[in-house]
Ligand binder design. Sequence first.
Ligand code: ZN
Length: 417
Amino acid sequence: MPKNLFPLDSSKSFPEQEIVGHNRWHPDIPAAVTVNPGDSFRIDCREWFDGYIKNDDSAEDILTAPVSKVHALSGPFHVKGAKPGDLLIVDILDIGAIPQEEGPLAGQGWGYTGIFAKNNGGSFLVDQFPDAYKAVWDFNGQTATSRHIPGVSFTGIIHPGLMGTAPSHELLAKWNQREGDLIATDPNRLPPLALPPEPQDAILGSLTGADYERVAAEGARTAPPRENGGNQDIKNLSKGTRVFYPVFVDGANFSVGDLHFSQGDGEITFCGGIEMGGYIDVHVDVIPGGMDKYNVKENAIFMPGNVEPRYSEWLSFSGTSVTLDGQQRYLDSQLAYQRACLHAIDYLSTFGWTPEQVYLLLGAAPIEGRLSGVVDIPNSCATVYIPTAIFDIDVRPSAGEVPRIDPGIGAPRAANR
Ligand code: ZN
């Protein structure tokens, strides 16, 4: 096992750790650890809400989850000699749940998926699912099952939802400007169009005093993916992945967090992977001048991991860019993917699962989402591929009777307020 350079004590909150991470992007957040190109090391990661979500049968915690506290990120890691214009190579050597038997923190034998309520973040299908729901998943080796969604099990493809390099001052200013402009077009929208800097609950490593106040007021939120990578939520960044990140500041200041035991393409319920804490072993290196050399000026490129579950049979659903009330939209792939997911939910609900159970399942299981057609005016076509092997019953259409599953206790819902 490589040396753990960012250990976390499971009995302490994220800001109380010996080495404190961060939950905003800013070039002036001091590096927590310095490493050399060529080094391999272990990093502990807290689940994204720092232990707020509990292993119980209530979704009150999803409803009240403090969005200003995310994401608890481990880092920044300063890679000696890395300069703006370089590409930072990050290899994922190993990744897993917190190596302990059982405990209160997600990652210690369990994880969770949440549908975020309309008044607290919302989700991909927020109009159809405005309330908060939760499913708790149990890990047995590589397999995930849930008492809240009976009749399904699948192999986790563990991956970090969020990795990235620090922005430069110039890049950060660009983010704040363009996202602020977007928010200004409809400032009271629910859910909001974007999240502006939020000093409340900002964790900024070792910063204190006036520097803390300034950086807290400017730091970009970690929810969106941006030019530095960030919260890309790519399920295929599993063990064996190599990512090439643009470097914007001296030392690159790499950070990582938001580990998922599994996730479906799109992370559609917002808290849509199986969220957990754990560890990640990485190897870092630098390609000097790599951004110009390969014309990668922004946004990471990657070689996906070589570990993934193998499924040979899929049941797939398609959608086009027509709204539920029949309005034609022009090549709207976001809408087309929503319609494909809603078709999958309608279909699978006929077997006895509630729509919320299916929605949570699509967020958590290794489903494949594709933009199948984007040029055939006026309809784009999006598809969602669901492996049939994750179900205990045969979910393929047939002339016979529809097999029924008992939905059990169902997915816990929180009373909206
Ligand atoms: Zn996540």
